[in-house]
Ligand binder design. Structure first.
Ligand SMILES: *Cc1c(COP(=O)(O)O)cnc(C)c1O
Length: 475
């Protein structure tokens, strides 16, 4: 048992059983409470969150800023594959992957092994001071894996927001232009520039202005709500840019190939290729924000691959290193190399331990053929979600690709968003020990982002819980 989990258990016992001094599974602190409730699953020993997690949550309130919220405040002590174990000994099925990060599963052996070795060798030098091979190797892998076989370069950073910011810096430096075009429902991060690129006000932007200038928002493609073909939606976006900005002013168009936080909005076929072609014709840098969609998540290495779109720059993070902080911008050599030496960088960007994790994660994706695994997940999930939509009438749209799948909840017979039922469905899943996330501009989308290596037994178990939750909430 690690020191930290020991400390957690001792804390709980001091709170609940001041005279009990030995550690052990029985009696469960607060166990008498759970005995009066129906047992939801053999994976659960207490209600969720259990007494140990609730004690930690109380402690947290006195220490951690209130501006951070947790979807499911069960405090995790270990995780493996697609299962999370919490401080009360409950085992949760993970259909969220820490927001599309642990694509290779928790504690994937190749990641753990490389991280452990690298941590022993050295943990930091700063690549801008004295470099090391792992950074170069990650860049080589990214140049190889991202769409297109042109000459590429990469720069490594710490977070998705930082990657998007750097893509904008590179595009502006390379084109000498300033305007940046983004879409309705976009999410690009929480730094000042990426807040400006992000569409939704509460909770991401409200009260945090003023925002960076020269950001322009145009309609995207949301087939369920706009009813347009991809070509029509692209024409509308392009017309807006032509009339309100002027193509020759635009440095970059930044798009998520499937929108993440905005609601897993999968654009109509033809939208991305039309936008990319127009960018090419007008000297505009087409930036794909693949932070959430990248690394096999959607059944391809990158979601842009699906329609053969070759972005000029690709921003990546989340799935890149199985949870160690790492991000990247990869793209055309002439764009990356347009920034003079010293113009890009950061103290921690491309940290050697994070690079080791990335190499382990990429190795696992290749060896376990996780693009195929992601498509296998879609084959299981989509028919069941569609059946659930027909049976209950509360799901207006089922969409997504690979292991990036969603159900959009509406009032029956309408397209009116229903955030309340969405919350109740998520809460019921959480109570039953299944981690699902919600998203969407209207807060009415349940999204599924399981680890790509999740066994179909666990997937099936998690889906059954979700189905029960929807049926119950629709009553
Ligand atoms: C999560 C996310 C970001 C921001 O990434 P951070 O690592 O949280 O800064 C940017 N773009 C997309 C599409 C994301 O999903």
């Amino acid at each position: 048992m690690s020191n930290s989990s020991l400390r957690i258990h001792q804390n709980v016992q001091l709170t609940h059983h001041p005279r009990r001094r030995t550690l052990g599974p029985e009696p469960i602190p607060g166990g008498s409470v759970t005995q009066t409730r129906p047992r939801l699953s053999s994976r659960l020993r207490t209600e969720i969150p259990g007494p140990a997690s609730r004690a930690l949550q109380q402690r947290r309130a006195g220490a951690v800023a209130a501006g951070l919220s947790s979807v499911l405040p069960a405090y995790i002590t270990s995780a493996s594959g697609g299962l999370l174990t919490d401080a009360d000994g409950n085992t949760l099925i993970d259909l969220g992957s820490g927001i599309a990060v642990t694509n290779v599963g928790h504690s994937a052996p190749a990641v753990v092994d490389r991280v452990r070795k690298q941590a022993c060798w050295f943990t930091h030098t700063c690549f801008m001071v004295t470099p090391y091979e792992g950074y170069v190797e990650v860049c080589e892998q990214l140049n190889d894996l991202t769409p297109g076989d042109h000459e590429k370069r990469s720069v490594l950073l710490n977070s998705g927001a930082e990657a998007v910011e750097n893509a904008v810096k590179i595009a502006r430096a390379a084109t000498g232009r300033q305007a940046i075009v983004v879409l309705d429902h976009a999410y690009h991060g929480r730094t000042n520039l990426t807040m400006a690129l992000t569409a939704k006000s509460v909770p991401y932007k409200h009260g945090f202005g003023p925002f960076a200038p020269e950001i322009y928002r145009v309609p995207g493609s949301y087939p369920y709500r706009d009813g347009l073909s991809g070509e029509q939606a692209a024409a509308a976006a392009i017309d807006r840019v032509d009339k309100q900005i002027g193509a020759d002013q635009v440095a970059a168009v930044v798009v998520e190939p499937i929108q993440g936080e905005g609601g897993f909005v999968d654009p109509a076929p033809g939208f991305l290729p039309a936008l990319a072609a127009w960018c090419r014709d007008n000297g505009i840098v087409f930036v794909a924000d693949e932070v959430q969609t990248g690394f096999c998540r959607t059944g391809d290495w990158f979601a842009s691959d699906h329609e053969g779109v070759v972005p000029d720059l690709v921003a990546t993070a989340k799935g890149i290193a199985a949870g160690l902080p790492l991000a990247a911008v990869t793209g055309r050599a002439e764009l990356l190399d347009a920034v003079p030496p010293g113009g890009l960088g950061g103290t921690y960007g491309g940290n050697p331990v994070a690079c080791a994790a990335a190499l382990g994660a990429i190795e696992t994706m290749r060896q376990e053929n996780l693009t195929r695994a992601a498509r296998g997940i879609a084959d299981v999930v989509l028919p069941r979600l569609r059946d659930l939509a027909t049976r209950t009438g509360v799901i207006g749209d089922v969409r997504g690709r690979g292991a990036m799948l969603a159900a959009e909840f509406v009032r029956p017979g309408t397209t009116e968003p229903d955030p309340d039922i969405t919350k109740r469905v998520a809460a019921a899943c959480h109570a039953a020990g299944v981690v699902v996330l919600t998203c969407g501009t209207y807060g009415n989308v349940v999204r599924l982002l399981p680890p790509l290596s999740l066994s179909h037994d666990l997937l099936d178990e998690g889906l059954s819980v979700l189905e029960d939750a929807v049926v119950e909430a629709a009553r």
